[in-house]
Design a protein around this ligand. Structure first.
Ligand SMILES: [Zn+2]
Length: 401
């Protein structure tokens, strides 16, 4: 269980920490802390409704379950229907002013049936299960943050929209326009993705992420009878990869990784085809066109080969702009009032917050669970952190300008 630090307790009666209706922070955090087991139960239900990105039926089952939870809180439910992807869930809570957007995803990287070998369980203050950290606990915390605000004030202090998409883990192709449209209408975007590291840092910068596909076409020939007639696509690809390696620039935060290569048919055939799938990440928006140009100016070493490049950086970087920094400062101050120290981190992975930040909308990411093991079998969340992260979310809704 969470125990507020002594100095924080001393601050709780200060009038600055009264919400407009006169309820103290203590009652916000106290209430959420008292609801911890209920929150864990809500989380268990979310985890036990498995929701791999590719399974529409499973995603829609979870979507309906979540819609019922939000409808109970008085939210107006709207599904953005999809043909093959799961339906994206939008929930609007009426209130004054420009809305805050809670942004999350309900899909996970885990196949249906994973629960059989990786069931939801609680041990040593942690809850385990597929998708629990990335990012079902973040969704549970958001539900309880909304509920606490309503219980304490009778209503939400402002308009609030929740968007839970179903394709974040596979690139957000169908949800991106919805995310961007809602972000443009919002005062700020609070992303329910997991916090970073054991201290639960917020993510104030994320790399832009994309992928390139390099296809080399060579000329097949018998390696023994006609070695001179062949032009090896594999050798050409190998030469290209050494060029591509140099596109990386650690100082600027540019990485390129040819994680998958394929080519050739048999060892006694000079390879007619070879491909490489290259993961590419950048820290700065301005590096996207530069990197793109480099990839597209690749030319074959062996003139008999053809080199074709496709792809690009699909998710722009979340840069630590002044807007992001000031939102973080606000959160840090609120966390201090709640009795914990909040840090910020820069990470290599992207999220849907990258889209909203690139539009210039103040975006704060990593407001979900504290835990570890995203996309790994030991994926888990720290239960005692759940009420205070929910409290932080609630306070942000109250105070973001
Ligand atoms: Zn995620």
């Amino acid at each position: 269980m969470f125990e507020p630090r002594a100095e924080a307790l001393g601050m709780l009666s200060h009038k600055n920490f009264l919400s407009p209706e006169g309820d103290t922070l203590e009652s916000l955090l106290g209430r959420l802390t008292a609801q911890t087991s209920e929150m864990v139960d809500c989380l268990r239900q979310l985890v036990e409704l498995e929701s791999p990105s590719q399974n529409k039926a499973a995603l829609d089952r979870l979507g309906r379950h979540l819609a019922a939870q939000f409808a109970n809180l008085g939210g107006e439910i709207r599904f953005h229907k999809q043909e093959s992807a799961g339906d994206h869930l939008q929930v609007d809570f009426a209130g004054s002013g420009k809305p805050i957007l809670f942004l999350g995803h309900m899909d996970t990287v885990w196949d249906l049936g994973t629960l059989a070998t990786m069931p939801f369980r609680v041990a040593k203050g942690r809850a385990f299960g597929p998708g629990i950290f990335d990012m079902k606990a973040g969704i549970a915390q958001a539900i309880f943050a909304i509920r606490a605000l309503q219980e304490l004030n009778g209503r939400l202090p402002r308009a609030l929209t929740v968007l839970l998409v179903t394709d974040e883990e596979i690139g957000s192709r169908s949800s991106r326009p919805i995310t961007e449209a809602l972000a443009k209408k919002s005062a700020a975007v609070l992303v329910l993705e997991p916090a970073q590291g054991p201290k639960g840092a917020l993510k104030t910068s994320r790399k832009g992420v994309g992928g390139y596909l390099l296809k080399v076409e060579g000329r097949e020939a018998h390696s023994g009878l006609d070695p001179d007639k062949g032009a090896s696509a594999v050798l050409e690809l190998a030469r290209q990869l050494l060029v591509i390696e140099k596109f990386g620039d650690g100082k600027r935060g540019i990485t390129v990784n040819p994680g998958v290569v394929r080519g050739g048919t048999r060892s006694n055939v000079i390879a007619g085809e070879a491909t490489a799938e290259i993961d590419a990440r950048v820290s700065r928006l301005q590096d996207i066109p530069r990197l793109d140009k480099k990839f597209h100016s690749l030319r074959p070493f062996d003139k008999r080969c053809k080199v074709a490049v496709s792809g690009g950086i699909g998710r722009p970087p979340l840069e630590r702009t002044a807007k992001v920094a000031s939102l973080f400062k606000l959160a840090q101050g609120l966390a201090r009032e709640l009795g914990f120290a909040l840090e910020e981190a820069s990470v290599g992975g992207g999220s849907d917050g990258n889209f909203t930040a690139a539009l210039g909308i103040p975006t704060l990411d990593g407001l979900g669970a504290v835990g570890e093991g995203a996309h790994a079998r030991h994926e888990s969340v720290v239960i005692a952190e759940m009420p205070r992260r929910a409290a932080l979310l609630a306070r942000l809704v109250e105070t973001v300008p």
